[in-house]
Design a protein around this ligand. Structure first.
Ligand code: ADP
Ligand code: MG
Length: 345
C-alpha cells in the first residue's frame, strides 16, 4: 500500500533571531485536508512557525516539503498557499469584489471569470451577492472576516494559514465564525493550518492540535486526546476550566495538598481533574468538604465554583441529576481517582 505524501512535511524546522530560538527543531507531517491547529501563549513562536510555512520567513535550518516537493527555498508568492491574518488586512479603498479578485487579477484571470468566481466565493462564505460592489468600509467586523476568507480562497490555495483571525472579535460573533470556519473547511476539503491562543477554540475547530511552548510542540493530539490525557501541567493549564491538584508527600503518605485528603498514589506531580469528574457525592472514593462560592447555569449542566481549604475548584453536574446545592452551602464533594490525568510540572 502506498501512502500519499503529507500535505506539508516539516523536518527539523528551526528559526533563530540572534540568540533567540523562536522555532526549535520541529518535525511533523500535516495530512491532506487536515484542520491542524497550533495553540500556545504569546511569544511561543506560533507566528514565526506559520510565517516559515508560508514562505514569509526563511528557516535557519530544516526542510519543508509540500506533497513531497521540497519548497524550503520557494518564495511565498509561488507557493500554493494563502494566509488569513488577524489584522483583516483588506484594501479599504476597494470594493468587496475587488478584494476577493485581487489574487486572480495578479494571475491574469479574465475579468468575467474573476467576477463569477468572486460571486461563488461570496456564496461559499455566506455573504449575499449584492455585497460584490460594496466598499469594504461599509462591512461589519464579521463581514470583513468573511471577505478576508473569500479573498484568501480567491487564489485557490491548497493550504490556508490562519494567524489568530478571530482573536479581535467579540465572543458571540467569534462563536458564529468558528462554526462557519469549520463548515468552510468541510465544504472546501482544503488543508487548514490555524493558530490560536485559545485551546477552547482549537477544540471546536480541529482534527489535531499541537500545543506550542518555547518554540517546540509540547503535545500533539486530537482534541479528545488532549482533553482526556494532557501530558503536562502546561498543557492542562490551557484547558481553562479544569482542576489541577498538587500532591505532596507527608510521613503518612501522599495527600492532595490543598484538599487535605489522602491521594491514592503519588503517581505524578499534579492531578488534572475535569469539572464533570467532580460531584457532590459523599460515597465517592475520594471526598472532601467544599463550599459553593458560585453557581452558574450552563443549559445542559450546572457549574459550581467551590472552595475547599486553599483550593478553588470547579464542578459540573448534568441538569436534572437532582443535585440541588445553593450558594454558600457546604457539602461533601468527591471524585474517582480513575478519572484523574496525572501530569508532570
Ligand atoms: P507568537 O506568535 O506565539 O506570539 P512569535 O512567533 O511572534 O510568537 O514570536 C516568538 C519569539 O520570536 C518572540 O520572542 C519574538 O520576540 C521573537 N521574534 C519574532 N519575530 C522576530 C524578529 N523578526 N526578530 C527578532 N525576534 C523575533
Ligand atoms: Mg503571533
Amino acid at each position: 500500500m502506498t501512502k500519499s505524501p503529507a500535505a506539508l512535511s516539516l523536518t527539523g524546522l528551526t528559526k533563530r533571531f540572534g540568540a533567540m530560538t523562536a522555532v526549535d527543531d520541529i518535525s511533523i507531517d500535516i495530512r491532506e485536508g487536515e484542520f491542524f491547529t497550533i495553540v500556545g501563549p504569546s511569544g511561543s513562536g506560533k507566528s514565526t512557525l506559520v510565517r516559515l510555512l508560508a514562505g514569509l520567513e526563511a528557516p535557519t535550518s530544516g526542510r519543508l516539503h509540500l506533497r513531497g516537493l521540497d519548497i524550503t527555498a520557494m518564495p511565498a508568492n509561488r507557493r500554493p498557499t494563502a494566509m488569513v491574518f488577524q489584522s483583516l488586512a483588506l484594501f479599504d479603498h476597494r470594493s468587496v469584489g475587488q478584494n476577493i479578485e485581487f489574487a486572480m487579477k495578479m494571475k491574469g484571470v479574465a475579468p468575467e471569470a474573476r467576477r463569477l468566481r468572486a460571486l461563488e466565493l461570496l456564496r461559499l462564505v455566506r455573504l449575499p451577492e449584492s455585497y460584490y460592489a460594496r466598499p469594504v468600509t461599509q462591512c461589519s467586523g464579521g463581514e470583513r472576516q468573511r471577505v478576508a476568507l473569500a479573498r484568501a480562497l480567491g487564489s485557490d490555495p491548497e493550504i490556508l494559514f490562519f494567524d489568530e483571525p478571530l482573536s479581535a472579535i467579540d465572543y458571540r460573533l467569534r462563536k458564529t465564525l468558528e462554526v462557519e470556519l469549520k463548515e468552510l473547511h468541510q465544504r472546501t476539503g482544503k488543508t487548514f493550518i490555524y493558530i490560536t491562543h485559545s485551546l477552547e477554540e482549537a477544540m471546536v475547530l480541529s482534527d489535531r492540535i499541537a500545543i506550542m511552548r518555547a518554540g517546540r510542540f509540547e503535545q500533539i493530539g486530537t482534541p479528545d486526546e488532549i482533553y482526556r490525557h494532557p501530558t503536562s501541567r502546561f498543557v492542562a493549564s490551557f484547558m481553562g476550566e479544569v482542576n489541577i491538584l498538587a500532591v505532596s508527600q507527608t510521613p503518612a503518605g501522599p495527600v492532595f495538598a490543598d484538599l487535605d485528603c489522602a491521594a491514592p498514589e503519588a503517581a505524578g506531580a499534579f492531578a488534572v481533574l475535569r469539572p464533570e469528574s467532580l460531584r457532590p457525592d459523599a460515597s465517592a472514593p475520594v471526598t472532601f468538604a467544599a463550599t459553593v462560592t458560585q453557581k452558574l447555569m450552563l443549559g445542559s449542566r450546572t457549574q459550581f465554583h467551590l472552595r475547599a481549604g486553599q483550593a478553588a475548584l470547579i464542578a459540573e453536574i448534568a441538569a436534572g441529576s437532582g443535585a440541588s446545592l445553593s450558594l454558600g452551602e457546604t457539602a461533601r464533594f468527591g471524585f474517582d481517582p480513575a478519572d484523574i490525568a496525572w501530569v508532570q510540572a
